[in-house]
Design a protein around this ligand. Structure first.
Ligand code: NAP
Ligand code: SF4
Length: 680
């Protein structure tokens, strides 16, 4: 095959059926699973990924019964009526030549509701509801529910099921002694604890017949202190193979694990070695997963024989055409998932419909529709940050003649700062994607061009979109101006661009940028992405053959600087960061001994450092003796062009940070830029 990705695009023969390539779209909860009325949207979302060439899609998790709900009224498949409602989903995928399996997910003690059950009554640290311990009859009922769910999936037209045995959900809870303290046939020695998943797979196979895909998601690395040993995982894998599974997918880490497994700072393909280790033990095809986001990385894994398939979930939110683009030799036009979690997992945890920061159409295929413009117009977009890029390219795709201006010499705006932050190098990919998209859509790009209102107004544009972004807020601390003049006070922009910073630093403002800057400062410059061994040492990840669960004591390298991160709010520092990534940022700074202090007043700055006090009465005045003070005090909108353009009678639109600086983020910027472009 003449392609850079011959292994990725090779078919996989499963005996009774053949997958068209080695790409599995991994399970991902979108929020559209939970109500039947959303199934047409879910079907459209999957159909687009099937049209985009995915070999096998796995749905988000569906509970086999109420006890298995992840949250109240979560998606469930337990009746024929429900199966009938599902039919449009596999049908839509089949119409596009794809295959789809339904994931059966029983949350066990992770269920965020009072009806949750578990092998033993051991409350999880991530839900407030202690589970009821299952009786022996109760265990049988859960197994029967899995079997019934699989039968109904077949009846609904799915090509198979994925049995969710990892991430700390019910099946996983049976496997480790911390959560399974039973004394009966389902507890005690590992042979007993693993009976639960093996019985499920055996009975599902008996019920669905030989020509139905059964994927078993095997927790190969629990990443919790009392997790499974490697010998135990291998014993289970062999039993699952014997019980009739078709494929084994890799599961990494319980949700309560204190090791990040998917955020952007995790090195790409950081866990493929675990699947590779399993390759020596079973003959079933194995699928690997976690932080695989480009066809190059996926191809290398397969070429190296580390796995037979590659699972990617978020990359298909970012770009439904991932496989087709790779197959057409257009891999550099893929909109790459940057592993930020901001619009996908964070939305899921907030019970909002998932989408994607870099692709706001994801899960909104039927709501955001790009139609050709009724009249081609001349439109100026000022500002080539995320909002301006999304807007300009979408406008051009709709047929408008678009000119994009930016005073900088490169596109990207704030993304050019973000990409300098350790662990955020994926932002380079977004800029690469937009550079191609600008060229492909024929946007006229004028960089290094500061536009004034008179020139714009005289330009004869039908519409002018201001995506001029933000400027840093000045916290105006007494003494700040004098110390800024002599270089002791710096802005975050100067620091991220490489201005020299001494060994002791105070960071004013603990928003997303304060955290990023602190990370940048403790890592030292230049700060390349951590290689896998260094990253594993920092987070205490090891071979489960050496240490149960694959976790050991972290070996953290010393921080490059002593950093104090400050905010005025009395709440926990970093509380407002993303739900699924904030804890990683906090943990990572703690590991580097960053002192995080909330509830401060900034009294003054002088040559010695920053004087702070605490509380209403401004007590406990404390001098932070530091070499530099870095200002990360948020942003204000740059709308300087708006009033003169309106006065000149121009049709002006504000997007991104220029519209709203508070809670400015790239997710809102790209979505707003796209939405505005769809309406002009
Ligand atoms: P931000 O998140 O709004 O944080 C601003 C910080 O400055 C807050 O800690 C605030 O805390 C402080 N502050 C506000 N007014 C101040 C004043 N007058 N004097 C002193 N301190 C003041 O803004 P940002 O950090 O600039 O981030 C901008 C946007 O980029 C954020 O909305 C964020 O979503 C996005 N971003 C996200 C990430 C991420 O990891 N997800 C990373 C970077 C940026 P107090 O008012 O309590 O002092
Ligand atoms: Fe990837 Fe971020 Fe999009 Fe989620 S929101 S799919 S992590 S780019």
């Amino acid at each position: 095959m003449s392609t850079p990705y011959p292994h990725l695009l090779a078919p996989l023969d499963l005996g009774f059926t053949t997958l068209r390539n080695r790409v599995l779209m991994g399970s991902m909860h979108t929020g559209l699973e939970d109500r039947n009325r959303h199934f047409p949207r879910l079907a459209a979302y999957f159909a687009e990924r099937a049209r985009g060439g995915v070999g096998l899609i796995v749905t988000g998790g569906f509970a086999p019964n109420i006890a298995g709900w992840v949250s109240p009224l979560a998606g469930e498949l337990s009746t024929r009526r429900a199966a009938r409602a599902h039919r449009i989903i596999p049908q839509a995928v089949h119409d596009e030549g794809g295959k789809i399996a339904l994931q059966i997910l029983h949350a066990g003690r992770y269920g965020y509701h009072p009806f949750n059950v578990a092998p033993s009554r051991v409350k999880s640290p991530i839900t407030p509801f202690a589970p009821s311990a299952l009786t022996a009859d109760g265990v049988e009922r859960q197994i029967r529910a899995f079997v019934r769910c699989a039968e109904l999936a077949r009846e609904a037209g799915y090509d198979g099921v994925e049995i969710m045995g990892s991430e700390g959900y019910l099946i996983n809870q049976f496997l480790v002694t911390h959560t399974n303290q039973r004394q009966d046939d389902w507890g005690g020695p590992y042979e007993n604890r693993m009976r639960f998943p093996v019985e499920i797979v055996r009975r599902v196979r008996a019920a669905v017949g030989p020509d139905f895909i059964i994927i078993y998601r095997l927790s190969m690395l629990d990443l919790i202190p009392d997790g499974q040993t490697w010998d135990e995982v291998v014993m289970l894998a062999k039993a699952i193979e014997a019980a009739g599974a078709t494929l084994i997918n890799t599961g990494i880490g319980w949700h309560e694990a204190r090791v990040p497994t998917i955020v952007t700072s995790v090195p790409r393909a950081a866990f493929a070695w675990v699947t590779q280790k399993m390759k020596a033990e079973v003959t079933l095809p194995l699928c690997t997963t976690n932080r695989i986001n480009t066809p190059e990385v996926a191809e290398q894994i397969l070429a190296d024989g580390m796995a037979d398939m590659v699972s990617m979930a978020r990359p298909f939110l970012a770009d439904a055409q991932f496989v087709n683009k790779a197959a057409a030799g257009q891999g550099n036009r893929i909109n790459t998932c940057i592993a930020c979690n901001q619009a996908c997992l964070d939305h899921s945890f907030q019970l909002k419909t998932a989408s994607c920061l870099v692709n706001p159409y994801a899960c909104h295929e039927t709501l955001m529709v790009k139609t050709p413009a009724r009249r081609a117009k001349r439109i100026a977009v000022v500002g080539a940050g995320p909002a301006g890029l999304a807007c300009a390219t979408t406008l051009a795709e709709r047929g408008h003649a678009v000119t994009l201006y930016d005073e900088a010499d490169e596109i990207g705006g704030q993304f050019n700062l973000a990409k300098r932050v350790p662990g955020k190098e994926e932002f380079h990919e977004t800029l690469r994607y937009f550079a191609h998209r600008l060229a492909d859509t024929g946007v006229t790009v004028r960089l290094g061009t500061r536009m004034d209102a008179d020139t714009l107004a005289a330009g004869g544009f039908d519409d002018i979109v201001l995506a001029t972004g933000v400027t840093p807020r000045d916290p105006d601390i007494p003494g700040q101006a004098a110390q800024r003049a002599c270089g002791k006070v710096k802005s975050y922009i100067e620091v991220l661009r490489g201005a020299p910073v001494g060994p002791r630093v105070a960071v004013v403002g603990a928003g997303g940028i304060g955290f990023d800057v602190s990370e940048f400062l403790v890592m030292g410059q230049p700060s390349p992405t951590l290689d896998r061994p260094t990253w594993e040492a920092e987070w205490g990840v090891t071979d489960p053959a050496r240490q149960r669960g694959g976790v050991t004591r972290p070996h953290v390298t010393a921080p490059a600087r002593q950093v104090t991160l400050l905010q005025r709010k009395a709440e926990t520092v970093g509380k407002r960061l993303g739900k699924t990534s904030g804890w990683v940022h906090r943990a990572s700074l703690k590991m580097k001994h960053v002192e995080m202090i909330g509830g401060v007043h900034y009294e003054s700055i002088d040559a010695r450092g920053l004087l702070i006090s605490f509380g209403e009465k401004r007590e406990r005045a404390t001098l932070l003796e530091v070499d530099h003070i870095v200002l990360c005090a948020g942003q204000i909108s740059d709308r300087s062009l708006q009033a003169p353009l309106r006065a000149a009678g121009c049709s002006v639109h504000l997007i991104g940070g220029a519209d709203q600086a508070g809670e400015l983020d790239a997710k809102r910027a790209i979505r707003q830029g796209t939405e505005r472009a769809l309406t002009l």
